[in-house]
Design a protein around this ligand. Structure first.
Ligand SMILES: Nc1ncnc2c1ncn2[C@@H]1O[C@H](COP(=O)(O)OP(=O)(O)OP(=O)(O)O)[C@@H](O)[C@H]1O
Length: 454
């Protein structure tokens, strides 16, 4: 079936270029130039992908993401970001965006994200079909059986790995805390693999993605006819994970009502599918994860204290990538091999400049960001070593002072980026323009615009 993509981009020429590239690759494309028009299109048709600018004159990519999740939850959202918007983009991923790509980019990079998502989707579908005997199977989020777990060599990682190994074989409920993209799901799978349940199912559920009204049916299943739309019996996540492990990602996002239901199931170790009178015994180990401060949520009474203690028999904090810089090159090597394998390339490593830039960068999106940056760079590299030219600008031009609490106005950031680029290029304007991926003439215009005197 032809996949449908909607693009929202106020830069007409760029939108058109993207559109015709994707059309040539076999997708059906429609384009909106404004957020308002985009919303109209999204509410009247169902798209496989929405590709939108993060900043539009009349709208924002984050608001559009929320809108899509409401009107068309199956549409995957990819955000196109400009200068220094990575922090916002990382937040968008937390809120459920598929990915982000920073401008300028080559259409091939975008195509890779789309193809990868389509591939994963068909694996989910395949697994669903394999399980789909007489009952409709709950919407399992994760089907990857054994993701490779790189342990790391830093002291922080050693301690963290010891904890995983220690708690793995017990039946304790574990709460994993860590920033987005640090590897919470991979860690949960590692705990499962250290346990006697390793040969049973590991079911991962993104609690942030379950609409409140259908949460009970998602967790506990339902009987055919128990409500409008229940056209088949459906097994819930608890039953699917019976004997194994249930991983509750973003557990802080569960509504208060769903928290009560979850707590009851954990206490009684029994569930009742919606519309059924019979209770089913379940033996499930719970591992949950959060990237917010759950204790704060408890003190603000948005998360139940009793559930918090139940889930938190043991807690593990995953270090952010910047806290485990000694592991950086181990992960780079692993992700490089992975990218080479999946793209059929033979890139040997990073050039010296890229190595430096990677070391200095803060990696706010953690391992996920590192993996994505490497994969896209490998795609664009036609030499042995990854050159600086294929690395996203935010990585090259990152300076510690611009990382947190920056002013996100385009002007301030652009001026700062130009200054950084000039410094990086020892004030050679040709080199600076190259770093910024703009012509020398544009650079001169911008120097004048921002009153930068050299
Ligand atoms: N120890 C590891 N070894 C190899 N790859 C890893 C490791 N940890 C994380 N990754 C990779 O990094 C990416 C992010 O990991 P994961 O999805 O587990 O993060 P997360 O913390 O659950 O993210 P989120 O907060 O968005 O749910 C994945 O592609 C995963 O395969």
């Amino acid at each position: 079936m032809i996949q449908q993509i909607h693009i929202i981009e106020d830069d007409v020429a760029f939108g058109k270029m993207l559109g015709s590239f994707l059309e040539r690759k076999g997708f059906e494309i429609s384009i909106s130039l404004t957020g308002a028009h985009g919303r109209k299109s999204l509410s009247s048709a169902s798209f496989d992908f929405l590709i939108t600018d993060l900043k539009l004159p009349d709208d924002s990519g984050l608001d559009l993401l929320e809108y899509v999740q409401r009107v068309s939850p199956n549409t995957k959202v990819i955000l196109m970001t400009g200068y220094a918007e990575v922090d916002t983009a990382v937040m968008a991923i937390k809120k459920g965006a598929l990915d982000y790509i920073s401008k300028p980019f080559l259409p091939e990079e975008l195509l890779m994200i789309i193809n990868e998502a389509s591939k994963n989707n068909s694996t989910v579908l395949k697994t669903k079909l394999e399980h789909n005997t007489s009952q409709e199977v709950a919407n399992l989020e994760v089907v990857q059986q054994n993701p490779v777990f790189v342990k790391g060599i830093s002291e922080t990682s050693k301690k963290f790995n010891e904890y995983l190994k220690l708690v793995g074989p017990t039946d304790m409920c574990v709460l994993i805390e860590g920033e987005s993209g640090t590897g919470k799901e991979v860690a949960a799978k590692a705990i499962h693999n250290y346990s006697d349940r390793r040969n049973k199912t590991f079911v991962a559920v993104d609690c942030g993605a379950i609409p409140n009204e259908i949460a009970a049916s998602e967790f506990f299943g339902h009987l055919k006819g128990s409500f409008t739309g229940a056209i088949n019996d459906k097994k819930g996540h608890f039953e699917a994970a019976n004997g194994g492990t249930l991983f509750l990602d973003e557990v802080g996002n569960l509504s208060y009502e769903n928290q009560i239901q979850l707590l009851r199931a954990l206490q009684e170790r029994r569930i009742k599918p919606v519309g059924s009178n019979t209770e089913i015994d379940v033996d499930v180990r719970i591992i949950s994860a959060t990237n917010e401060d759950l204790l704060k949520a408890v003190s603000e009474r948005t998360f139940r204290e009793d559930l918090y203690h139940r889930l938190n028999e043991f807690s593990i904090r995953i270090p952010s990538l910047h806290e485990r810089k000694e592991d950086l090159f181990l992960f780079i090597e692993y992700f490089l091999n992975e990218a080479n394998r999946s793209l059929g390339k033979e890139v040997l490593g990073l050039s010296k400049e890229v190595e430096e830039a990677f070391k200095n960068y803060a990696w706010p999106g953690n391992l996920r960001e590192l993996r994505n940056v490497i994969k896209r760079s490998v795609l664009l590299t036609n030499s042995d070593l990854i050159p600086l030219q294929v690395i996203p600008r935010e990585v090259i031009l990152y300076k510690k002072s611009t990382s947190k609490s920056v002013d996100y106005s385009k002007e301030t950031n652009e001026k700062q980026l130009i200054l950084n680029a000039l410094k990086e290029a020892d004030f050679n304007k040709t080199k600076a323009a190259k770093l910024l991926n703009i012509t020398r003439k544009t650079l001169y215009n911008k120097l004048e615009l921002y009153n930068i005197e050299l």
